[in-house]
Write a protein that binds this ligand. Structure first.
Ligand code: CP3
Length: 368
């Protein structure tokens, strides 16, 4: 399916941007950078705007979601916005009782544990995604030439919340269902793939120029379990967006770039790439040159500044960023990011400094 003519990729507004071309595997004069959780509690303007508004209500208020998405782009000069929402938003829009508790994360009062629970999960009426499409459209209009990244949670990470009823360390309830009741597990994976795929597709059709699938908790899985019990569902979710095409500035037909990211997933990199990702997001645990080797040296990478360095003295942080940039040269192309989200207590001035530093270093290297 070809994207609409006024889509930023199709109209040419973002198709030649550093972010999109780097995701497509080309190295340009600018090394693009954005940061997971760049919107949110590290920013005083976010905290001020959110006073008195529940997290999920903020996500479903198009004007507020759009404004929050734009805040870090204005402040830090990052090369992309990431849509302000949450991985559980499509679950909520399907009608499942879920809330986000500050300092904790998503909480479901009625965990999904049995075949009956799974059978009772409501189908997502795609009309319910209207606030998402509206928020994306508002954001894209305000971003101009800066691309917006859409995102969704991968089926396993969503199932981990649904089965556990909230955040957990080892996701043992979800992993137990996977083995003790494989039929129910598969039905749950199909449901999560369907709602999360619809959520991602809505964002791309409304104007997002790239997509990131977050399988944040897949690092809890063995490679064998990931491949047999999870990867097919992630592939199914991505199949909803795979065919979205646009005409690039060089007249080639291209598909919307898809990034796949997990935490502690160094052993799963190849398998996660195989579900249909174009770019692999790498956490801070493995150096980018090692990650690139594991992927055969052919896959564009995104990452992987260790968030722990953000509070270190500048020379220590600077040396770490230079190391990340150097190792990133092992990949065909590299978008700088953190190895996981911005910590809520990060100093926004440091984040801005990292963004300018990455832009300057890359600019100097191009001039030399
Ligand atoms: O990166 C961005 O700026 C875009 C917005 C974004 C949020 N959640 C906003 C948010 C994105 C991409 C997410 C994805 C998300 N949500 C993931 C995958 C990424 C990851 O972190 O691995 C996961 C696992 C969730 C589930 C979730 N939602 C958690 C664990 C939390 C943190 C709870 C807490 O307070 O510590 C949330 C809440 C959440 N999502 C916040 C934000 C800005 C904080 C809510 C607040 O302001 O109180």
């Amino acid at each position: 399916q070809v994207l609409p003519a006024d889509h930023p990729l199709q109209s040419g507004r973002t198709s030649a941007s550093p972010l999109v071309t780097t995701y497509q595997g080309t190295r340009g004069p600018v090394t693009p950078i954005w940061m997971m959780r760049q919107a949110g509690r590290s920013l005083p303007e976010y905290r001020a705007l959110r006073v008195g508004t529940d997290m999920l209500d903020a996500c479903l208020d198009p004007a507020m979601a759009s404004e929050i998405t734009l805040q870090p782009v204005r402040r830090h000069g990052v090369d992309a916005g990431i849509f302000f929402s949450d991985i559980v938003v499509p679950i909520k829009l399907a009608g499942v009782d879920v809330s986000i508790v500050a300092g904790k994360g998503p909480v479901l009062p009625h965990p999904v544990r049995t075949a009956l629970d799974v059978a009772a999960l409501p189908e997502l009426d795609e009309k319910a995604l209207a606030p998402i499409s509206e928020a994306v459209a508002l954001t894209v209009a305000a971003l101009g030439d800066t691309p917006l990244i859409g995102f969704a949670g991968a089926p396993f990470t969503l199932a981990a919340y649904l089965v556990e009823g909230g955040p957990s360390k080892d996701h043992i309830a979800a992993r137990t269902m996977m083995h003790s009741d494989p039929k129910t597990w598969q039905a749950l994976m199909r449901w999560t793939a369907s709602v999360t795929g619809a959520f991602l597709r809505a964002q791309l059709l409304a104007g997002a120029s790239a997509a990131q699938l977050f399988d944040s908790w897949a690092g809890a899985l063995s490679l064998a379990d990931y491949t047999a019990k999870v990867a097919p569902a992630s592939a199914l979710a991505l199949s909803r967006v795979h065919g979205l095409q646009y005409t690039a500035p060089d007249a080639a037909t291209r598909t919307v770039p898809i990034v796949h990211f997990g935490v502690g997933t160094g052993e799963l990199l190849g398998a996660m790439h195989d579900v249909g990702a174009d770019v692999m997001g790498v956490d801070w645990r493995i150096p980018l040159d090692v990650a690139s080797r594991r992927l055969g040296g052919t896959v564009p990478l995104q990452g992987n500044i260790d968030p722990a360095f953000l509070a270190a003295p500048w020379p220590v942080l600077e040396a770490h960023v230079l190391d990340v940039l150097e190792r990133g040269k092992a990949a065909p192309s590299h978008v700088v990011n953190l190895g996981h989200g911005v910590p809520p207590d990060a100093d926004p001035a440091v984040l801005t400094r990292v963004v300018s530093f990455v832009h300057e270093v890359a600019g100097e290297a191009a001039a030399a």
